[in-house]
Design a protein around this ligand. Structure first.
Ligand code: TRP
Ligand code: ZN
Length: 850
């Protein structure tokens, strides 16, 4: 185990680097297993520096030579970097190192993917490229020369000059090393142009492997829309002559915002109707926007240290969600985001990995690119906006960009612009950044003589390392409805600051129905005693679409729980409400599809656990099956017609409207398949001219244990397309019955197209396995064992992706002793591996220790 050497870093220990970096010049002489990197860096000691030591990060580098002011030196080397004595005045550092991109399977630093060179430096990958103060508060301009035989040689900033076998780039904007990027390969581009609001023309390119040019159109449109949107909404303009995007097959995450040279997981940029689903299109649009928006929130203004990661990520996720709402449907986006937040962030917050939005310690920062930092970080910004109002929000942001452009900032800087803009004291609000855990909000209602009173109490359970929780500021958006569903009181934001607090509304003519936490105005768990009738009323009448969905969701959850705990039949009233809604053409199809989307089995498990009941994954699965079967049977007569009515008459378009219609059509097909043995699904499979409907049909078939023939046909049709093959791998595992899932996954890991070296492929199988709730948690323990086996194998190649996948085990405490023991055993088996990475070691220890 790496335990002895594991070092913990603390926010409280922050000290600035003792030197300024005035500029950086890098030369790359590319060769697959022996690339030379020459650096020439101008350092100047800071006169008032507390820390005068000269230490440069560097890992897995072969130092060829080092010079200070032209004189060869012999620095002191360690695994983490080098140190040496330096002059007490500005000096020039020169080094030559050798690295091995072809042998780099961690996909961090400079590595190769399909014969193409590319980099990933966030968070601390630049230190695997050359010796450098690899910390985000060290910012400098970079000049880069690339020497190589590849047709395309790219780096950050603007192109300076190029010739046969070389190219030079210059980035005029000072940046931290984590935003450095280099790409070299025989790529082709999909070009376009954008004229900024001040009239500057920007050259745009999406660079792909030959053959993928036809999958760039949608991404390019999304890029231009993002550029325009950021100008219109935030007044932010692009700041270089060129903006390049590169698609890479082997990539640890979604995409990376390197200055002027965004690098994307090819799954997050390449799109075509034949190969991409509606969900892919929406995700691609959002990620293109996300990375583009980082140009200001992340790059022009960056983070002082990695504890401040949410400063750029929370804000940028918030901005990309605003963008998606504007491009598509605001309520649909909100509902989707809340589903994801509950599934990913709430479960993180309730388990051993719970941490504040701004963590105060870490061993490996890569382990903190979490749902809490990203998604809860975005929620915190949404709350801030609600509290200060739209006008002051945009005023504060304007001040943020003016005051902090070119700086590396903290959450304190961020909150200060809001305090200065609004004169508010945000010290209590700041607890959202420092306290981990999801607050539980309980609500009581009282009505007398025209006065309606809501009383809320808030409580947050202890989380690892944080026993004490203080009350937070919670914006609670409330509207009041009368019996006809008319608004008595339009949405108002109540500002809760106490542990227990009441709010009264008077002058009412009768007892109202309250719609509470509209738009999900705060990331809390609202516990509300409320009759089924009241929720059915809200599902039918609430003027806030989010709460309409929420009412349905809570009915669904309750019905499911009753089935599991009491063995009751599916709630007839709820079945009835669903049937009405299904047929109600006055309602948005996308909304109807979301209400029909069953609550996830993992959510049901969590809900049971919260009620003190140990969830049985198999029973939860059976209840889901019974519910769907009952709903289908009750709809027997209308399903074929509903299916026909919701089938689009026009060809594929990825717009929000068409997506919503196809989503509803898919819900209907999945019900229909339970009655017709998959006949209609099979027809749809062969007739489909787009991946959304093709994969929907295959999903329906596999879910009823059919579709073997179609699955083979799918393989034959798509075996040359990696991204589509990822779907093929994932679908089979995701749709497998509980007792078969681990076996299916295991067989797939032996498939000739399975490889540990491609994170997408690994996630396709292992992510689908851990997402198949009843299959992963099957009592045999086969799911746990298979995942552990594969994590052990992957850790030797790619620690970052391994550590990330360990989160599959974070909910162990929900389950019975036998399952907990099985999980612990697997975790201990992983922990005992010789040479386990720091990344995985930290994750396993945190899960086991809590
Ligand atoms: N900063 C990137 C984003 O949110 C994500 C990121 C962080 C990343 N570390 C990474 C991407 C490592 C790839 C590999 O947009
Ligand atoms: Zn980001």
């Amino acid at each position: 185990m790496a335990e002895e050497t594991a070092q913990t870093f603390y926010l409280k220990d922050y000290t600035p680097f003792g030197f300024d970096v005035e500029n950086v010049a890098l030369t790359f002489r590319l060769a697959p297993s022996a690339t030379r990197v020459l650096s020439k860096i101008h350092f100047a000691p800071k006169p008032d520096a507390a820390d005068q030591r000269f230490f440069l990060h560097g890992e897995q580098l072969k130092l060829i030579s080092a010079k200070i002011d032209g004189v060869e030196i012999t620095p002191e080397l360690s695994d983490a970097g080098l140190s040496c004595t330096v002059p007490n005045k500005p000096f020039v550092w020169e080094a030559e190192v050798e690295i091995d991109p072809a042998g780099n399977t961690a996909l961090e630093g400079l590595y190769m993917s399909n014969g193409m060179y590319c980099t990933q430096c966030e968070a601390e990958g630049f230190r695997k490229i050359t010796y450098y103060p690899d910390r985000p508060d060290v910012m400098s301009t970079f000049s880069v020369r690339i020497e190589g035989d590849e047709e395309v040689l790219l780096s950050n900033g603007n192109p300076k000059s190029q010739g046969e076998g070389w190219a030079e780039w210059h980035d005029p904007w000072p940046k931290p090393a984590y935003l450095f990027a280099l790409v070299a390969g025989d790529l082709v581009n999909y070009p376009d142009k954008f004229t900024t609001q001040s009239g500057k023309e920007v050259e745009l390119n999406i660079w792909v492997r030959p053959g993928d040019e036809g999958k760039c159109f949608f991404g390019m449109e999304a890029l231009k829309q993002s550029m325009k949107w950021d100008e219109d909404v935030y007044g932010l303009e692009y700041d270089l002559d060129i903006f390049n995007i590169v698609a890479v097959d082997d990539f640890n995450m979604g995409a990376m915002e390197n200055k002027g040279l965004n690098i994307f997981n090819s799954s997050c940029v390449l799109a075509s109707p034949e190969t991409s689903t509606d969900a892919n299109f929406e995700r691609i649009e959002a990620i293109i926007a996300h990375e583009y928006f980082h140009n200001w929130t992340g790059n022009r203004i960056t983070c002082r240290d990695w504890f401040q990661l949410c400063l750029k990520e929370g804000l940028t996720v918030f901005r990309d969600a605003q963008f998606t709402s504007d491009m598509r449907s605001e309520p649909v986006k909100r509902i989707e985001d809340v589903i994801a937040l509950r599934a990913r962030q709430f479960s993180e917050d309730m388990g051993p990995l719970s941490h504040p939005v701004r963590p105060e310690e870490f061993q490996e920062i890569n382990n903190f690119y979490t749902a809490t930092v990203y998604e809860k970080g975005a929620e915190v910004i949404g709350m801030l906006k609600r509290l200060v109002g739209d006008a002051d929000y945009y005023k504060a942001l304007k001040l943020y960009f003016e005051r902090h452009d070119g700086q590396a900032c903290t959450i304190e800087d961020w909150l200060k612009v809001f305090e200065d803009t609004t004169d508010r004291d945000l010290s209590q609000f700041k607890r959202w950044y420092s306290q981990a855990g999801t607050p539980r909000l309980t609500m009581d209602e009282a009505y007398a003589d025209g006065t309606y009173t809501l009383t809320f109490s808030q409580k947050t359970a202890p989380t690892p390392g944080q026993d004490q929780k203080d009350p937070r500021v919670i914006p609670i958006a409330v509207g009041l409805l009368n019996d006809n569903g008319d608004e008595l009181l339009p949405t108002q934001v109540l500002e809760m600051t106490e542990a227990k607090q009441s709010f009264s509304f008077d002058g009412l003519s009768g007892r109202p129905t309250a719609s509470v936490l509209r738009e999900f105005s705060a990331p809390v768990i609202l516990e509300r005693e409320s009759s089924k009738a009241e929720r059915a009323f809200l599902l039918a009448h609430d003027t806030d679409p989010f709460n309409r969905w929420e009412a349905g969701n809570s009915l669904a959850r309750e019905a499911r729980i009753a089935m599991v705990t009491e063995g009751s039949a599916p709630d007839p009233a709820y079945l009835d409400a669903l049937q009405k809604l299904l047929r109600d053409d006055s309602q948005d199809p996308a909304f109807r599809a979301l209400v029909l989307q069953p609550p996830s089995q993992s959510d049901i498990a969590q809900a049971l656990f919260e009620q003190g009941i140990t969830p049985d994954p198999q029973r939860i699965y059976d209840a889901a099956e019974t519910f769907a079967q009952t709903l289908a049977e009750q709809l027997t007569d209308s399903l074929p017609r509903l299916y026909a009515d919701t089938t689009l008459e026009y060809g594929y378009r990825p717009d929000a409207d068409s997506c919503g219609k196809r989503a509803l059509n898919f819900r209907i097909l999945s019900l229909l398949s339970r009655l017709d043995g998959g006949e209609q699904a099979s027809r749809q499979y062969y007739a489909a001219d787009n991946m959304t409907q093709q994969s929907a049909a295959l999903t329906c078939l596999l879910s009823i244990d059919k579709g073997e023939k179609q699955s083979k046909a799918f393989f034959t049709q798509w075996k040359e397309d990696r991204l589509v093959m990822d779907k093929w791998f994932a679908l089979q595992v995701a749709c497998a019955a509980p007792d078969k899932a681990a076996g299916v996954a295991k067989d797939l890991t032996r498939h000739e197209l399975f490889t540990l070296k491609n994170p997408n492929r690994f996630r396709a199988v292992m992510g689908a396995l851990s997402g198949n709730h009843a299959g992963f948690h099957h009592e045999s323990g086969a799911g746990y064992r298979l995942l552990a086996d594969n994590l052990i194998a992957l850790d030797r190649l790619n620690p970052q992706t391994t550590a990330r996948m360990c989160t599959a085990f974070q909910s162990l405490k929900r389950y019975d002793a036998a399952r907990q023991n099985q999980i612990r055993q697997e975790l201990q088996r992983i922990a005992a591996q010789e040479g386990l990475s720091r990344d995985t070691n930290e994750m396993i220890s945190r899960i086991l220790e809590a």
